[in-house]
Design a protein around this ligand. Structure first.
Ligand code: GDD
Ligand code: MG
Length: 356
């Protein structure tokens, strides 16, 4: 079996003002009826392939996360997952280290399926097939990534250059180069080159290789994680990491910490209807739109508006003669931003929080 570990520590600042520190985007029903966290858990809710999921999140979100897992469990009838609480975020490498250490105690040969909770995957069957294709390589010690076909020079993603095919012959390739969040010119060059895929942010990782690569490449993160697990406390259904220990962990992503440097990375190119719901622009891309290209939710009227994302919870929002605009009206905040500047919302939301 494969052990899914769902990362739910991000606060999704680029989706401000809907996504808030205490109510981050992965816990909101932004697309459809479920939260993205619930959808993520549902995708791996099939007990023949997968063990019950572990969610690793900030302690502030513990009850919201527990509630989402309860909903999933009611739906799948599988055993409940477990929830590991971080006292504060240290990005994804320490979180992955914690999950890997916990799993290794039970089964040193375990395969860990690291999953972000902020994605939409339209084709679950294709997603499951991609995991099946990755399993062989992972069992042979490869850190397997999933390669998505790039469609624009996005700078918010990792880029993977596909190398030679692995022996097993199940559509798995060595990673020739992994570049996390390149600048605009580099991303444009990769796109023109054609030999690159986007990193989906999902990984199928043999716990043994992950731990040995962390030991080699990011020993401080591993040491802090080990101590945080050793001194963790059980609290109701939660495992609370030791704050004093975890504090020493450097804040670094798994991509920067491991994937950019390891020579044990492999990639499975996959068409799974993947999209990252990273910003209002990407939400617009995947949303249902009217004949004028407007994605609308709530109390909104338009006249000669085109290709806008318009959401209003409590107020009537009227958009007239505007194009390529994002307007998000909440009770206590209104965001107006051109769609092609949607990336800037995150930095702004962070300054707001710093000022409060
Ligand atoms: N537990 C925990 N703790 N989870 C975290 C933390 C943390 O400190 N920080 C982030 N996460 C969660 C987020 O909630 C998200 O589900 C996932 O980890 C990935 O983090 P992001 O911050 O969203 O990463 P990213 O989008 O900038 O980049 C990653 O995903 C891209 C695809 O969406 C990278 O893997 C890129 O290479 C990739 O292209
Ligand atoms: Mg993300």
């Amino acid at each position: 079996t494969i052990h899914p570990v769902i990362l739910s520590g991000g606060s999704g600042t680029r989706l401000w003002p809907v996504s808030r520190h205490l109510y981050p985007k992965q816990l909101l029903p932004l697309i459809g009826d479920n939260s993205m966290l619930a959808d993520t858990a549902l995708r791996v809710g099939e007990s023949t392939r997968f063990a019950a999921p572990t969610v690793i999140c900030n302690e502030e979100h513990r009850f919201l996360v527990a509630e989402e897992l309860r909903k999933v469990q009611a739906h799948t009838g599988t055993p409940p997952g477990s929830i590991i609480l971080e006292p504060f975020g240290r990005n994804t490498a320490p979180a992955a280290a914690v999950a890997a250490l916990q799993l290794a105690e039970r089964d040193p040969n375990a395969l860990l399926l690291l999953l972000p909770s902020d994605h939409v995957i339209a084709d679950t069957q294709a997603f499951l097939r991609a995991i099946d294709r990755a399993a062989n390589a992972a069992a042979n010690g490869w850190l397997v990534t999933f390669g998505m076909t790039p469609t624009r020079p996005e700078t918010g993603y990792g880029y993977i250059r596909q190398g030679t095919a692995l022996d097993a012959g199940d559509g798995c390739y060595q990673v020739a180069e992994f570049v996390e969040k390149p600048d605009q010119a580099t991303a444009a060059r990769y796109l023109a080159d054609g030999g690159y895929a986007w990193n989906s942010g999902m990984f199928l990782l043999p716990v043994r290789t992950l731990l040995s690569e962390l030991e080699r490449l990011q020993p401080d993160a591993l040491t802090a994680a080990r101590s945080a697990v050793a001194h963790a406390q059980e609290d109701l259904d939660f495992l609370r990491l030791d704050a004093g220990s975890f504090e020493a962990a450097p804040s670094i992503s798994i991509d920067h910490a491991v994937m950019e440097h390891t020579d044990r990375a492999a990639v499975v190119p996959a068409e799974i209807g993947w999209s990252d719901v990273g910003s209002w622009a990407s939400l617009w891309e995947i949303a249902d739109k009217d004949a004028d290209g407007n994605a609308i939710s709530g109390d909104v009227v338009t006249q000669d508006a085109r290709n806008c994302l318009l959401r209003s919870e409590q107020h009537l929002l009227a958009a007239i003669g505007v194009e390529d605009l994002v307007v998000i009206a909440q009770d206590d905040a209104v965001l107006v931003v051109p769609r092609d500047r949607a990336q800037d919302v995150g930095a702004f939301a962070k300054t707001l929080r710093a000022e409060q």
